[in-house]
Design a protein around this ligand. Structure first.
Ligand code: ADP
Ligand code: ASP
Ligand code: MG
Length: 407
């Protein structure tokens, strides 16, 4: 029997009625003749609520203890979903990340999966069971409980799909696929039928929440097809791109086409007159960043410690910001400035930077409407504009209008 992995996000399991609807969808999949592994997120806003609770006890919570706390969210939904499936006559068993063999590195709060040893999952599938797994969590090789970063249940699902050689991995959410922009921000955004791994990874890294970037990276490495679909949708038919988004290798597209616009509001810009020591300090505090730019300055071009560094840090997995800021201030003083007023807006597509035409077009469109680009960065798949945080949604709508609606 072929294995299918389905992941249901927080909004899909937010209350008992929704849990029952998910259980019913799982049972229908099972009746279609598949072995089913279900990965669940914490119910509704549970993870945010647990984080807020932790902050009330400790403004800079210890990362290990945070993982012990946050993993409880997914544990609740896995047990409840398993019970709901059993109520419908299915034979289900739930497992934590650790029991499912999700082995991670030893970072807390944003651990990476290094290996999956799904022996217990395979044994239970062989016994004819439906296996329900708590997403977003694993166990490190030091036997510590870890979490995979916000949105990490997607990563659990894809990693499990790869380890079980699944036919496909469904990511079921409150939207029926990946759109050309967040449909909550751009009412004209439309669903994209098919995306390459690279396009999807870039959209996710630039803030499109619907799929987790690391999950897409795993899918790319292992060649797993991802079907992004609505929980309320029918099961995938012969053409799953008809009512969802299919992410796999090489769908045909004209090079240079902008496929989507994504944004991230909650970012910090690190702007410093020191270079490698800043990176060392960030590493010491387990802070990751992107769009790193270093320009060497001073009279000694060989010195990598002097010059100008800029870097964008996402707040998504930064739960001890106050402590990090204090440490950086004490060590670097005015040589390191943290700018907390910007957001990032990106357009994504293969080959969009073959010339500077798109950078110029997007910048002109923004400036035309009085939105100042505070910074611009490009890669082969992406152009990112840093704009004032309050203007991010306007910039998304404008760039969607410029590159997608009028394309
Ligand atoms: P889940 O809880 O199911 O994991 P998420 O909240 O993580 O769901 O992701 C789904 C949300 O992502 C949608 O409600 C939508 O507002 C948002 N989103 C952002 N960008 C996009 C996009 N390009 N396409 C679809 N949804 C998007
Ligand atoms: N519950 C976790 C979060 O809210 C993981 C997930 O939903 O994927 O980020
Ligand atoms: Mg999600």
């Amino acid at each position: 029997m072929s294995v299918v992995v389905q992941k249901y996000g927080g909004s899909s399991v937010a209350d008992v009625d929704r849990l029952r609807a998910v259980a019913d969808r799982v049972m229908r999949t099972r009746r279609n003749g598949h072995d089913v592994v279900v990965v669940v997120s914490a119910m509704g806003d549970t993870t945010d609520e647990l984080l807020a609770l932790a902050k009330r006890v400790s403004p800079n919570p210890d990362r290990r203890e945070l993982d012990m706390l946050l993993t409880a969210g997914e544990r609740i939904s896995m047990a409840l979903l398993s019970m709901a499936i059993r109520e419908l006559g299915g034979d289900a068993i739930s497992f934590t990340g650790s029991q499912s063999g999700i082995i991670t590195n030893d970072r807390h709060v944003d651990a990476r999966i290094v290996e999956v040893r799904p022996f217990r999952v395979q044994d239970e599938l062989a016994r004819g069971k439906i296996v329900v797994i708590a997403g977003y969590q694993g166990v490190s090789y030091r036997r510590e409980v870890t979490t995979l970063g916000r949105g990490g249940s997607d990563t659990t699902a894809v990693a499990m799909a790869a380890a079980l050689d699944a036919e496909y991995c469904e990511i079921c959410s409150d939207v029926d696929g990946v759109y050309t922009a967040d449909p909550r921000v751009v009412s004209e955004a439309h669903r994209i039928d098919a995306l390459s791994y690279e396009e999807t990874q870039e959209l996710a890294e630039c803030g499109a929440k619907v799929l987790n970037a690391q999950a897409v990276e795993f899918a790319k490495e292992q060649g797993i097809a991802i079907y992004a679909r609505a929980t309320a949708s029918a099961l995938p038919g012969s053409d799953p791109s008809a009512d969802g988004t299919v992410v796999r290798r090489h769908p045909a597209r004209m090079p240079g086409t902008v496929v989507g616009v994504a944004s991230e509001k909650d970012v910090l810009l690190v702007d410093a007159d020191r270079t490698l020591p800043i990176l060392e300090a960030l590493d010491d505090h387990h802070v990751t960043g992107k769009q790193l730019h270093i320009i060497h300055g001073g009279s000694d071009p060989g010195s990598v410690n002097i010059g100008r560094l800029t870097l964008v840090v996402s707040r998504e997995n930064l739960h001890d910001e106050e402590r990090v800021r204090r440490a950086i201030m004490e060590r670097f003083g005015v040589a390191c400035r943290i700018v907390d007023s910007l957001g990032a807006v990106s357009v994504v597509g293969a080959g969009i930077n073959a010339s500077f035409q798109n950078v110029r077009r997007g910048t002109a469109a923004l400036e035309d409407k009085g939105l100042t680009a505070r910074g611009i960065a490009t890669s082969s798949f992406r152009i990112t504009w840093l704009v004032d945080r309050g203007s991010v949604d306007d910039a998304v709508r404008l760039l969607h209008e410029t590159f997608i609606r009028t394309a």
